[in-house]
Design a binder for this molecule. Structure first.
Ligand code: PMP
Length: 451
């Protein structure tokens, strides 16, 4: 379907344009190589379609400006960290007050804001007892420890091609012959993850039951819809089946809502009436300030409290000095109270629907074997039709050159998509015109390629 020679030629042209358009970013990257490992502040920033990253000058709402003076419609939004928009005013004011005005970012004293945030997350996600972290990774790590502690079981079960942060237990996939294998490139794993974990494909209840029946799974850690290998939605009855099987085999269910928060003010858990034992979340809830947390059901909280000998106060492996600090908690409160409100999700979801419809029209016009999937305020296109039904299928549909072509083409014309994904996320400041600009450029990228 795709003429690979044509794709290579267009990708090369777009990369040259990118280099010509962005001399300051290119120079900044060259200079960084002498002082930063890999030339970037964090090694994943080398995930760039064009050969070097754009350097940030400023960002506000749904707009980002780079050091060469180009302003972009930002549909990446920090891969969800900025789902509230960049520097939303209410969060800025709360952070300025807590850090500058009243002061006291990290004092080893609780603030009253934390109680408000716990109550609000409880209202949205249905689990009442919250504890905070600074990242979703840590929320998952600590939730896993609690699950192991109260069940006395060693293993964690995840879905193939999931991502829950750099958590040791989740870095495995279902291999080509159905065997469980460490993820390719897993860096310095402390033990082979097949020792600590089990993995099954999403939407496969038979496999889930087979693995849970071993009786050694402390918790199933999952996203209610996969979002890190394209978006893969649950089939009808799947999530009910997961809940029923986890209960039957005595495993806890942890919903990681870090990305699926896009489904609504209470993520998929709220939107679809799910009933997990633990909810974890990070990224967006602090409006850009590091924050995250896990929420426990009343039953799980009671089981933890009933255990003697767990060190939850000092060096028992759950917690961090800066976790729950006053600044992070102030940012979460302001963001949830004033920015990512119930009302805001209505508009964000309408825009994602507009995005999905426009992309589908381009796919239909060229009869491409592609699909586009929406999850509330988020949508993603994938080079497979019908849309993949699990992580393995979605992984097989990957096309890195096509990804790069679309990403660079869009960037050269003022639109940023999420690296690692063909994902577009709407924030409260995103407009219809922003979505339409994407459509215009996407349509032109596609018609140059296949038209
Ligand atoms: N959970 C999910 C579902 C994620 O997508 C991610 C990151 N993409 C994480 C957890 C980890 O988030 P962080 O890197 O901020 O810790």
């Amino acid at each position: 379907m795709i003429d690979r020679a044509r794709l290579a030629e267009l990708l090369d042209r777009e990369r040259r344009t990118f280099r010509d358009r962005n001399p300051r970013s290119a120079a900044a990257y060259e200079q960084a190589r002498a002082h930063l490992f890999g030339g970037v502040p964090m090694t994943w920033m080398n995930k760039t379609a064009a050969g070097f990253p754009l350097y940030l000058a400023e960002a506000r709402g749904a707009r980002v400006t780079d050091v060469d003076g180009h302003t972009y419609v930002d549909l990446c939004l920090g891969d969800t960290g900025a789902m509230a928009g960049h520097s939303p005013q209410a969060s800025v004011d709360a952070v300025a007050d807590r850090f500058g005005g009243r002061g006291g970012a990290t004092v080893m004293m609780p603030t009253e804001d934390a109680t408000w945030v716990g109550a609000e997350l409880g209202r949205r996600f249905g689990v009442p007892y919250w504890s905070f972290s600074l990242t979703a990774t840590d929320a998952n790590r600590w939730a896993i420890r609690l699950a192991r502690a109260i069940t006395g079981r060693p293993k964690i079960l995840v879905n193939s091609y999931c991502y829950h942060g750099s958590v040791d237990e989740v870095l495995l996939v279902v291999g080509p012959d159905g065997e469980q294998v460490s993820r390719e490139g897993n860096v310095g794993a402390p033990v082979d993850p097949t020792v600590t974990s089990r993995v099954v494909e999403f939407n496969d209840l038979a496999a889930l039951e087979r693995e849970l029946a071993h009786g050694d799974v402390a918790a199933v850690l999952m996203e209610p819809a996969l979002t890190n290998i394209g978006i893969v939605l649950p089939e009808p009855g799947y999530l009910d089946g997961v809940r029923e099987l986890t209960r039957r085999y005595g495993s806890l269910l942890i919903n990681d809502e870090t990305h699926t928060f896009s489904a609504g003010p209470g993520g998929c858990t709220g939107a679809w009436g799910l009933d997990p034992d633990i909810v974890t979340i990070g990224k967006a809830i602090g409006g850009g300030i590091p924050s995250g947390g896990y929420g426990l059901s009343a039953e799980v909280a009671a089981r933890v409290e009933a255990m003697s000998g767990l060190d939850l106060v000092d060096m028992g492996g759950v917690g961090g000095t800066l976790a729950g600090n006053a600044l992070s908690v102030a940012a979460m409160r302001a963001t949830l109270e004033h920015v990512l409100t119930d009302d805001a999700f209505v508009g964000m979801t309408e825009l994602a629907t507009r995005f999905t419809k426009g992309v589908q029209e381009v796919i239909d016009e060229h009869a491409l074997p592609w699909s586009v999937t929406q999850l509330g305020a988020r949508a993603e296109y994938r080079f497979a039709a019908p849309a993949p039904r699990n992580g393995g299928e979605s992984n097989a549909a990957g096309d890195p050159d096509l990804d790069d072509y679309l990403h660079v083409y869009l960037a050269n014309r003022g639109v940023l998509l999420t690296p690692f994904h063909n994902m577009a996320l709407m924030c409260p400041a995103t407009t219809e015109a922003d979505v339409d600009l994407h459509h215009e450029v996407f349509a032109s990228a596609v018609s140059e390629l296949v038209g």
